[in-house]
Every structure is written in structure tokens, then in C-alpha cells.
Design a protein around this ligand. Structure first.
Ligand code: SF4
Ligand code: SF4
Length: 72
């Protein structure tokens, strides 16, 4: 069976740069951001190189509910 694939969206407005999502993603799909949001935080970025398995861990960990997960 082919491995599950997916992608996420991150709403930069709600990100507070805690990096919990980065710490739980086993596939290194989320990286530090460089662009500041309206609250003065640099929102993280989904790199989307095909390695996301839509496991949902990042969304579960996000205290700001900034992440949504989708299956391809
Ligand atoms: S867990 Fe949520 S608030 Fe924290 S860095 Fe990730 S997207 Fe931003
Ligand atoms: S859904 Fe899973 S694999 Fe995809 S970015 Fe989030 S933690 Fe990483």
C-alpha cells in the first residue's frame, strides 16, 4: 500500500512562534519562518516537499489552532 500523503495550511495570523509543530513533525515538513505577522511573531512555514503524511500531530499540538490538515 502506498504511504499516506497530505498537506497542511498554517494561518500566519494566529501563529505565535512556539514551534511545537516543528518539534512533533517526524518528517521535517515545518520550518522556522522569516516573515513577521501582525502580532510580531514569525509564522512557521510548511515546506510541502511531498513528505507530509497527514498524520495530524502538528494540528493537535498547535495551541492557537492555526493548522489544518488535508489528505491528498
Ligand atoms: S504550534 Fe501553532 S502557534 Fe506554535 S509555531 Fe506551530 S503553527 Fe505557530
Ligand atoms: S500532518 Fe504530520 S507529517 Fe504533515 S506537517 Fe503535520 S506533523 Fe508533519
Amino acid at each position: 500500500m502506498a504511504p499516506k500523503k497530505g498537506y497542511i495550511t498554517i494561518d500566519p495570523f494566529y501563529c505565535k512562534e512556539c514551534h511545537y509543530c516543528i518539534s512533533v513533525c517526524k518528517n521535517s515538513q515545518i520550518i522556522h519562518g522569516k516573515t513577521y505577522n501582525e502580532k510580531g511573531y514569525r509564522s512557521v512555514v510548511f515546506i510541502g516537499d511531498g513528505g507530509c503524511t497527514a498524520c495530524g500531530l502538528c494540528a493537535v499540538m498547535c495551541p492557537e489552532v492555526a493548522i489544518e490538515v488535508y489528505r491528498d
